[in-house]
Design a protein around this ligand. Sequence first.
Ligand SMILES: [Zn+2]
Length: 185
Amino acid sequence: MNPAEQVFTHRIDDKDNIVFINEAWTEFANANNAASLCSLVVGHSIWNFIHGGDVIHVFRRLFATVRRHGEQLSFRFRCDSPTMRRYLRMEILPIADGGLEFHSRIEKEEPQPRVLRILDPQAPRNGESSVRMCAWCKKIADGENWFEPHEALERMRLFDAPTMPQITHGMCKECFDRMMQECVD
Ligand SMILES: [Zn+2]
């Protein structure tokens, strides 16, 4: 199937436990080994897979908004591999008994300008150093500013380092502001 037509689906119950993941999502996650949003396991709380204070805060607000108002919402995010930039759209829909269903689709793919070893789970890591990556757009923080991953790693002279820094998940201001606008009290 054309990847652009695939819908990756997962569901959580009213306690935020993952109760369903479709085959397409599992295959995509296995093929990519990517960051938090991309790998989920049935029977576990979804919060085991969402990391970073801001990211958790925004997802809690999004879930509450959909459950309280009974209306779906959608947003764009990136789920990159070392070689590909992937632009996805996720819809969150209310389902019976307080559950939520998530549909994610790839809207666009393009090659990374440079291969990003930092996104390769097999790449050796330096336990001492870490970089902050936006869970939504995959930009990396250099001080107060956020850059495309290859730019940030070049600026920090980490691109060709023998070991890659750890990734900690956060949100850039642009994504945080954009997502908070989706949340309604
Ligand atoms: Zn961002």
